[in-house]
Design a protein around this ligand. Sequence first.
Ligand SMILES: Cc1cc2nc3c(=O)[nH]c(=O)nc-3n(C[C@H](O)[C@H](O)[C@H](O)COP(=O)(O)O)c2cc1C
Length: 141
Amino acid sequence: MKKLTIIYWSNNGNVEVLASHIAKGAKDAGAEVLVKLVSEASVEDVTGADAVAFGSPSMDNNRIEQKEMQPFIDKFKLIPLNNKVTALFGSYGWDDGAFMNKWEIQMKDYEFNVIQKLTVNEAPTNEQLAQAEQMGKNLVK
Ligand SMILES: Cc1cc2nc3c(=O)[nH]c(=O)nc-3n(C[C@H](O)[C@H](O)[C@H](O)COP(=O)(O)O)c2cc1C
């Protein structure tokens, strides 16, 4: 059974609802799924999983959340990840997804193998929630 870990930060629930739909898709595909707020996540939650998904809103001048998510991601700068299968998801207010493009570049630099991204404006539409479920399935194929 494949193990997927989903780690996210959310203030108002838009990123959280994406996380729960990714989890549903992966569980429906038969995977073991761990969902954690980044404040509760450990390095082992990432290194011990077959695949990971990270979620953040655009915050603090069109960047991922800077107080918890960015420091967590930075822990992996020097940890070998061997191209861990990874998806990124998030929500923005006005940056048109620019934060996600910057995030993807950094994650690839840290050896996360980003296979898919999902970026939504504020609350996800039903179609985007279906895309989140599909993302969960893709991650545990
Ligand atoms: C304090 C704060 C800062 C924000 N900064 C940005 C920003 O720099 N760029 C942007 O596009 N959206 C920004 N937003 C909008 C959020 O990214 C957007 O509302 C997102 O859906 C929030 O996700 P959440 O509901 O999971 O917390 C900001 C929102 C808040 C509350």
